[in-house]
Design a protein around this ligand. Structure first.
Ligand code: FAD
Length: 401
């Protein structure tokens, strides 16, 4: 068998998706694919624990080189420009600026803190990327006792963040400010648990109105109310890094690559996108949500399609990603967590679990997502995921747009 690499695949980003795509592709392509990964840092950032960074806890940061293993070439740096037509990426890193040539590229650039969409955003902090979480850590540590903290956004990140901040500093007045009902996404049982857990941590919930401006010491709401806030943490949503847009790829308004259901860019099909970097339409018609539940399977599926291509086994029409969700596990501080079961379309059901077993499960899950890449390096075909339960249609039928 000829084992000379025939294809060079460049993977941009070594988060959950990039790491998984790299080890699976290297491990399953019988030496026919050369895999290079570019990431700005030599250590792994577990974004699931960035609110722990914000409260000053130590968060493990394993070596990316060790995680990827010797079959993958690791390059430290940012991809600062991408020319998808020429197959060329410009990397800026500690060793200067260099060009990398590739045959196929996978964008696994993840997401980052969204710019605050209301006036006064410069007063707000974020928690969705490492630099933001580190800035928040020093601002939070500097707050005097009795100060007011407002976390804006009642999604998963807002709920987890407010829980961690309140638990870490019971001497502060911590509020959750959300336009919708607190815990509104969850089924009844889980929503009640979320609200009780916030009450136990003395988090005051301010619901029902949008924030119209952030000032240095308060939030102004649409309904005329004001919320005191010596520190504001904006958890409204995630944005995408600018690379894809600047490279001329078709992107959504937040900058995520619009892909078909085989994870190929709709404007440049030779380019693939996975994880938070990809705006991929799920069978239910909405976007697969930004999560590890999407990051790992999308990465593994992209790796398998690239392997088939390199081994000359590719189908004329690449197989769509068949993925169904099962549940979401959300923690509120270190002592409360809820496992909300969902339909495969990621809609909360009436079934939810709480209690010490679920807290332990959440801790295991957070550690497990990091070790999953090492597991896949040793056993590249091991990771599987639940299907959508629908017959997969042709790839064109589910194109983002
Ligand atoms: C506080 C918090 C809690 C969360 N909790 C959960 C949870 O409980 N469950 C869950 O499923 N999800 C959770 N998420 C979401 C989850 O973290 C993301 O969905 C997941 O990280 C996506 O993985 P990814 O590999 O696509 O992107 P990322 O993990 O963001 O990795 C992207 C990588 O690409 C690198 N990169 C970006 N641009 C470039 C470039 N130009 N050149 C080179 N490298 C680049 C980045 O530096 C990064 O290393 C949480 C997120 C946050 C912020």
């Amino acid at each position: 068998m000829n084992t000379t690499p025939s294809t060079h695949v460049l993977i941009i980003g070594a988060g959950f998706a990039g790491g998984m795509a790299a080890v699976r592709l290297a491990g399953r392509s019988r030496g026919r694919v050369r895999v290079t990964v570019v990431n700005p840092r030599p250590t792994f950032v577990n974004r699931l624990r960035l609110h722990h960074v914000a409260i000053g806890r130590q968060v493990a940061a394993p070596s990316i080189r060790e995680m990827l293993g010797s079959d993958v070439t690791f390059v430290e740096g940012w991809v600062t420009a991408l020319d998808p037509d020429a197959g060329r990426a410009t990397v800026t890193g500690p060793e200067g600026v260099r060009d990398l040539r590739y045959d196929r590229v996978v964008l696994a650039t993840g997401s980052t803190t969204e710019p605050v969409p209301v006036p006064g955003g410069e007063h707000a902090h974020g928690v969705a990327d490492l630099a933001a979480a580190e800035r928040l850590r020093s601002a939070f540590a500097d707050l005097p006792g009795g100060a007011d903290v407002a976390v804006v956004g009642g999604g998963f990140t807002g709920l987890e963040t407010v829980g961690e901040l309140a638990e870490a500093r019971p001497d502060l007045r911590v509020r959750l400010v959300t336009a919708g009902e607190v815990g509104g996404w969850f089924g009844q049982k889980a929503a009640a648990h979320v609200r009780t857990s916030l009450d136990r941590l003395d988090v005051e919930s301010v619901g029902g109105s949008h924030v119209r401006a952030v000032e240095h010491d308060r939030l102004l709401l649409d309904d005329g109310a004001e919320v005191p806030a010596d520190l504001t943490v904006w958890c409204g949503g995630f944005a995408s890094p600018p690379l894809a847009r600047e490279a001329g790829l078709a992107v959504d308004p937040a900058g995520a690559v619009l892909t078909d259901s085989a994870l190929q860019s709709v404007s440049h099909p030779q380019v693939m996108a996975v994880g938070d970097a990809a705006h991929t339409v799920a069978p239910h018609g909405g976007r697969f949500s930004m999560s590890c539940q999407f990051a790992f399977p999308s990465a593994a599926h992209a790796a398998d399609l690239l392997r088939d291509d390199a081994l000359g086994r590719a189908d004329d029409v690449p197989a769509p990603l068949d993925l169904g969700f099962q549940g979401r596990c959300v923690s509120i501080g270190s002592r409360a967590a809820v496992l909300q079961l969902t339909t495969r379309d990621d809609v909360a059901t009436d079934r939810a679990w709480t209690g010490p077993g679920v807290n332990a499960f959440k801790r295991f899950q957070v550690r497990g997502v990091v070790s999953a890449i090492g597991v896949a390096r040793r056993a590249p075909g091991l990771i599987r995921w639940p299907g959508s339960g629908r017959t997969a249609g042709p790839v064109e039928a589910r194109v983002a747009g």
